[in-house]
Design a protein around this ligand. Structure first.
Ligand SMILES: [Zn+2]
Length: 148
């Protein structure tokens, strides 16, 4: 996909953590430690999914998108709504997105993906439009992906 660059997938690490929790090598309390800030971000900026929390199974997971990069200035490190990302990608040259899944019931949280967005590497406005549509499609199908 043209919009998302340098995608790093953390699903292997996620699976390893979940396996350790099931084996009792890691206590659930250690992985269910989302800070109040992260839980707030999930409430106000999060993207709901259809996927059940792998730890408590009480609530569906919420994806929180954190943005980092020099061009973001004081808003670097803030959570953004998924819908804001294509807009940022059109105005900034390059920034990092960290995607964290959060359970609002038990506070399970895990980094699942990171990638780079921005105008750099995009040739024309037409390409930009086409690729933000791809991003939308990918985002819409994201929650339904087999990540368990
Ligand atoms: Zn949970």
């Amino acid at each position: 996909m043209r919009t998302q660059r340098q995608v790093v997938d953390y699903s292997l690490q996620r699976r390893a953590v979940l396996r350790d929790v099931r084996n009792g090598r890691i206590g659930a309390l250690e992985v269910c430690d989302a800070s109040p800030y992260l839980r707030n971000a999930a409430t106000y900026h999060g993207e709901p999914t259809d996927e059940r929390c792998p730890i408590c199974r009480r609530d569906n997971l919420t994806l929180v998108h954190y943005v980092y990069g020099d061009e973001l200035k004081q808003s670097a490190g803030q959570a953004r709504k998924l819908a804001e990302l294509p807009v940022l990608a059109m105005t900034l040259r390059e920034f990092q997105v960290f995607v964290v899944e959060v359970c609002r019931s038990c506070a399970w949280n895990q980094l699942i993906e990171r990638y780079v967005l921005g105008r750099d590497g995009q040739a024309t406005d037409e390409l930009l439009l086409a690729s933000s549509e791809t991003l939308w499609t990918a985002a819409a199908s994201h929650g339904g992906e087999a990540r368990r």
